[in-house]
Ligand binder design. Structure first.
Ligand code: AMP
Ligand code: TRP
Length: 347
C-alpha cells in the first residue's frame, strides 16, 4: 500500500501556490502517536505551504460523543495545534462543522462513489469489527467527508499517518472521476507520510496502533499526561522476550517501538540510542525514555494551558480560520453546483 503513495516533491518555485490541509478528530485525548505521526510533521513543513489545519468534529461523531465533552475536546485540539508550534500567523486553524460546505460536498461525492469502494476501506472494516454492534452509516461514509475536506480547498498536499493512505487514494480517485465527468474542478492531492514513526504502536501491545479510543489508558501516552503517569506507563510497557536493545520490527516489535518514540522525543538517531544502551537492560532504556518523553511534553503542556485558561486569543484564531475557509469553500461549491447542474443555472 505504501509503495503506491505519491511522495510529494518539495518544489520551491511554486511554493506559494501549494495548499496543505490536514485534520485530527477531537475525540478523547491526543497522544504521542498523533504528535509524532501528524502534528510534529505539520510544524516542520508549515513554512513551505499555505496551511489549513482543521479540527474534524463531524468525523468525531461517527462514533457517539458526549456533547459537552465534544465541545471541550474541540477547543483542546485547537489549543494543542498552537501548543505544538503551529504558527497562527501563517496557518489557518478552523472547526470543520463551522464550514457547512464540507457536508455539502461530501454528499455530492457520495453520489459518485460505489458501495464496494467504501466497503474496501480497511479502517471501516477494522472499526466495524471492533465495535461488535450495528455500525453507523457515518462510519461507512466517513471517507467521503474526508475527501470533501481536502478537495474543497484545492489542496495539493495532505500529511497523514499511514493508516490514512487508503482514504487519500479514494480522495484522489474521486477528484479524477469528478474532473473527467464534469470538467477540471478539483486538484488531485498528494499524500505525505513520514517514514519512521508513521505508526506508533500501543505501549501495552506492540501489534496494534497507539489509539485514543483504546479500552485501556495503558495503550497510550496522552499529550496531557502528568510526568508520574508517563513514568508509570512506560515502565509497564510491554517488552520482547530476550534482552536485546536492537531495532528490528519483526523480531523485537516492542523495543523497536520504544526506540522509535525515543528517536522522536530526542532527535537522536536510533543507531546512536542502540549504542548507548548496548549491554544494558530494558529497565534502563525505559527510565531514560520516560524522562525524554516528559521533557518533550513539558513545554507543550504549558502552552495548552495558556490557550485554554483564557480562550480570547484562541477564539480570534478560530474565527479567522473559519472566515477564510468559508470564503474559499463557497467559491468552490459555486463551481461544483454549476457543473453538476444543481440549483438554478447562473446567468
Ligand atoms: P486520529 O487519532 O485517528 O484522529 O488521527 C489523527 C492523526 O494522527 C492522523 O494523521 C493519524 O494518521 C495520526 N495517528 C493516529 N494514531 C497514530 C499512531 N499510533 N501513530 C502515528 N500516527 C498516528
Ligand atoms: N480521517 C483522518 C484521521 O482519522 C482525519 C481527517 C479528516 C483528515 N479529514 C481529513 C486528515 C482531511 C487529513 C485531511 O486521522
Amino acid at each position: 500500500m505504501i509503495a503506491a503513495v505519491q511522495h510529494f516533491r518539495h518544489s520551491v518555485n511554486n511554493m506559494t501556490q501549494e495548499l496543505l490541509f490536514s485534520g485530527v478528530k477531537p475525540t478523547n485525548n491526543l497522544h504521542i502517536g498523533n504528535y509524532i505521526g501528524a502534528l510534529k510533521q505539520w510544524t516542520e513543513i508549515q513554512h513551505r505551504y499555505r496551511c489549513f489545519f482543521c479540527i474534524v468534529d463531524l468525523h468525531a461523531i461517527t462514533v457517539p460523543q458526549a456533547p459537552k465533552k465534544l465541545h471541550e475536546s474541540t477547543l483542546t485540539v485547537a489549543a494543542t495545534y498552537l501548543a505544538v508550534g503551529i504558527d497562527p500567523n501563517r496557518c489557518r486553524i478552523f472547526i470543520q462543522s463551522e464550514v457547512p460546505q464540507h457536508t455539502e460536498l461530501g454528499w455530492i461525492l457520495g453520489t459518485m462513489t460505489k458501495m464496494a469502494e467504501l466497503e474496501r476501506m480497511t479502517q471501516f472494516k477494522d472499526k466495524s469489527k471492533k465495535r461488535g454492534e450495528p455500525v453507523g452509516a457515518g462510519l461507512f461514509t466517513y471517507p467521503l467527508l474526508m475527501a470533501a475536506d481536502i478537495l474543497l480547498y484545492d489542496t495539493t498536499v495532505v500529511p497523514v499517518g499511514d493508516d490514512q493512505v487508503q482514504h487519500l487514494e479514494l480522495t484522489r480517485m474521486l477528484a479524477r472521476r469528478f474532473n473527467t465527468q464534469f470538467g477540471e474542478t478539483f486538484t488531485v492531492p498528494q499524500t505525505l507520510i513520514q517514514k519512521v514513526g508513521a505508526r506508533i504502536m500501543a505501549l501495552n501491545n506492540p501489534t496494534i496502533k497507539m489509539s485514543k479510543s483504546a479500552s485501556s489508558t495503558a495503550n497510550y501516552i496522552a499529550l496531557t499526561d502528568e510526568p508520574n503517569v508517563i513514568r508509570k506507563k512506560i515502565m509497564r510497557a510491554m517488552t520482547d522476550s530476550g534482552n536485546e536493545i536492537h531495532y528490528d520490527i519483526e523480531k523485537y516489535p516492542a523495543i523497536s517501538n520504544l526506540l522509535t518514540i525515543f528517536h522522536h522525543a530526542t532527535g537522536r538517531t536510533i543507531k546512536d540510542i542502540e549504542k548507548e544502551f548496548a549491554g544494558k537492560g530494558y529497565g534502563d532504556l525505559k527510565k531514560a525514555l520516560a524522562e525524554a518523553v516528559i521533557t518533550m511534553l513539558e513545554p507543550i503542556q504549558k502552552r495548552i494551558h495558556y490557550y485554554l485558561d483564557d480562550t480570547g486569543e484562541l477564539m480570534r484564531i478560530l474565527n479567522r480560520g473559519r472566515d477564510e475557509a468559508i470564503g474559499l469553500a463557497e467559491t468552490k461549491m459555486k463551481t461544483v453546483l454549476e457543473r453538476t447542474g444543481l440549483g438554478r443555472q447562473s446567468n
